[in-house]
Design a protein around this ligand. Structure first.
Ligand code: ZN
Length: 182
């Protein structure tokens, strides 16, 4: 494993697993950028002297980096708590692990969340992407919904995508059988 700039990770096994997850392409790309530390947060921009504001635009609390946006922001904590994921995330946080390392660890574990009928990595990536999207809306002056609504949307998005992917693979199987019949 090679440590990259911005606390990113590079491990072939994790990339392979990421591409196989049941999430839409845009969420895989978000995950890929987050693993490499390529999400333009305020802390990263401030380090590169692109901006002199490093604080979080959502909670105004602490420096905003990937770890903060996806996991430790007040808003992220509230959403993960509502989804019943906070304890698992707290274990992954460690003392000074970067957001990229935490994401890598979630993908590596590949656990299933029985209560929600989805995979842990899928839920984390969809949630991370969603929180990131909401943060952008906020920066652009749009209002943000309540954390409970966001939690519900994240759970629904993750589950629906999984079900749709399953349906497509079943249809492909039916198609194959038809071809064999003829
Ligand atoms: Zn925050």
């Amino acid at each position: 494993m090679v440590a990259l700039q911005g606390g990113g990770v590079s491990s072939t096994e994790v990339w392979k697993r990421l591409w196989k997850l049941d999430v839409p392409g845009k969420i895989k790309i978000f995950g890929w950028r987050a693993l490499l530390g390529l999400i333009p947060c305020r802390a990263i921009l401030a380090n590169r002297h692109i901006s002199n504001v490093s604080g979080c635009p959502v909670c105004q609390n602490g420096a905003e980096d990937i770890r903060h946006i996806i996991f430790t922001c007040d808003r992220a904590r509230a959403v993960w708590r509502l989804l019943g994921m906070w304890e698992k995330i707290e274990q992954l946080l460690g003392t000074d692990r970067s957001g990229s390392i935490i994401l890598e660890e979630s993908i590596r574990r590949g656990e299933q969340i029985q209560a929600l009928g989805v995979g842990f990595p899928e839920l984390i990536l969809t949630g991370g992407w969603y929180l990131w999207w909401e943060r952008r809306q906020r920066v652009h002056g749009e209002s943000t919904q309540r954390p409970s609504r966001s939690g519900l949307s994240i759970a629904t998005l993750t589950k629906n995508y999984k079900l749709a992917a399953k349906r497509v693979s079943q249809l492909e199987k039916v198609g194959e059988n038809h071809r064999k019949m003829w």
